[in-house]
Structures are given as C-alpha cells and as structure tokens.
Design a protein around this ligand. Sequence first.
Ligand code: HEC
Ligand code: HEC
Length: 200
Amino acid sequence: MKLQIRLLTSIAASCLSVASAFGAPDLKAGAAKSETCVPCHGRAGISTTPETPSLAGQPDNFLQWQLVYFRSGVRKSPVMQPMAVSLTDNDIRNVAAWFAAQEPPTTAGKGAADPALQAAGAKIAKANRCAACHKDDFTGQPQQATPRLAAQREDYLLKALRDFKAGTRVGGGVAAMADVVQPLGEGDFRALAHFMANFP
Ligand code: HEC
Ligand code: HEC
C-alpha cells in the first residue's frame, strides 16, 4: 500500500514537473476555467456548499498537487475525480494560479464562535504543532504544499480530519497528516475545526 502510494506520487510529481516546464501560468485562461468550479466552490473560490472547501487564497502549489492527486486517483472523491480527469496540466496550472490569487475567506458572517471550544482547539493545535507545517497564521506553506486552514469552512475541516484518520484521504510524499491525527479523536477534531474556521 505504502509503496503503491509512493509510486503514484512519483508519477504525479513527474506530471507536475512537466507542467512547470511551460512557463508562467495564464490567469485569464484560469479565470475562464474556474467558471466550471463556481457551482460547488463558490464565486471567486468562497464556498457556500456543505463539505466543499473554499479555494481562494490557497497556496498555488497546494491546489496543483491536490488536482494532480484527484486526477491520478490517489485522492478519492466521487465528485472531484471526474472534474479533475478533464483537466490538462496547463488547465491545472492556470486554474490553481487563479484561485491562489483570489481574496482568501474571512471569518465574517460565520456566526458566533464558541470561546471554550476555540480555546480547546488552540491548545490542541499548539500541543500538536499544527503551525510548524501550516504556518503561525495558518495560511499554509507554498514550499511544503500545505493548505491554508484559517477561516476555511468548519464542516470541511472536520471532514478532512476524519478522512485522514480513517485513511480514506491520502496525501503526498510530505503529507504527515495521517501521523498527526493518529493520537487524536472526534472531540479533538471538533475543537480543531472550530478553532481553525474562526481563526481571523
Ligand atoms: C460538483 C461539485 C464540484 C465541482 C464542480 C468542483 N469541485 Fe472541487 N471539490 C468538490 C468537493 C466536494 C471537494 C472536497 C472533496 C473531499 O471530500 O475531500 C472538492 C475539493 C477540491 C480541491 C481540494 C481542496 C482542499 O482544500 O483540499 C480542489 C483543489 C478542487 N476541489 C478544485 C476544483 C476545481 C479547480 C474545480 C473546477 C475546475 C472544481 N474543484 C470543481 C466539489 C466540486
Ligand atoms: C508535519 C507537517 C504537518 C503538521 C504538523 C500538520 N499538518 Fe495538516 N497538512 C499537512 C500537509 C502536507 C497537508 C496536505 C495533505 C495532502 O497533500 O493531502 C495537510 C492538510 C491538512 C488539512 C486538509 C485541509 C484541506 O484544505 O484539504 C487539514 C484540515 C489539516 N492539515 C489540519 C491540521 C491540523 C489541525 C494540524 C495539527 C493538529 C496539522 N494539520 C498538522 C502537513 C501537516
């Protein structure tokens, strides 16, 4: 299983490096391509759809990798896989660059946060060094291709943590999320998702 994932990841890596040989991304083409994403990921990448992530302001590199994972089938999703198989390397580069350049989501309009749950989440995040990979402001690391978590949809964050724990979501070579969530449980996930979703 591990070996198979590594193999698929290296195939994905070679696709991506082929893609980067083409030069600068075309933001206009990316904007046009993003129209097909709007019904689920929202206008300008701010999602209003349950269990569907906002894409705006995510590190470009992170978005490209996830699309390559969906396309190759490493990351499973009955919804995203059919979307991703129709994307060429250039589409991926252009659409990822376009979403990365959009204004990230904010906590505005999210409703009142629960201070006790937030504090619990902050404590668990600190103890598990989430910021070491996702950055102190949880905006994600372009080089390590880790995602922005700040102000992401709470239901999506919760789903992602559960999927990592259940082993139904598999990431790339540097994805340490399976190890991260291993000692954590449902109560921790709820607190973490609430804390990140309400992170300004
Ligand atoms: C029919 C709905 C739908 C459409 C259309 C759609 N997506 Fe998605 N997308 C999803 C869902 C649902 C997920 C979450 C999958 C999961 O459960 O992990 C997702 C996840 C993603 C992710 C992973 C983000 C993360 O934070 O992990 C990326 C990147 C993405 N989509 C890009 C796109 C792009 C680019 C398009 C347009 C070309 C697109 N999607 C069109 C529903 C959709
Ligand atoms: C050692 C590095 C590392 C640490 C520590 C880490 N993460 Fe991650 N995280 C990653 C990487 C890499 C990914 C992208 C995984 C992939 O490629 O699928 C990720 C993805 C995620 C996602 C998916 C978000 C999305 O948009 O799809 C969530 C949620 C998340 N991490 C939460 C956390 C939380 C909460 C903690 C602390 C308890 C944490 N992470 C600690 C590296 C890390």
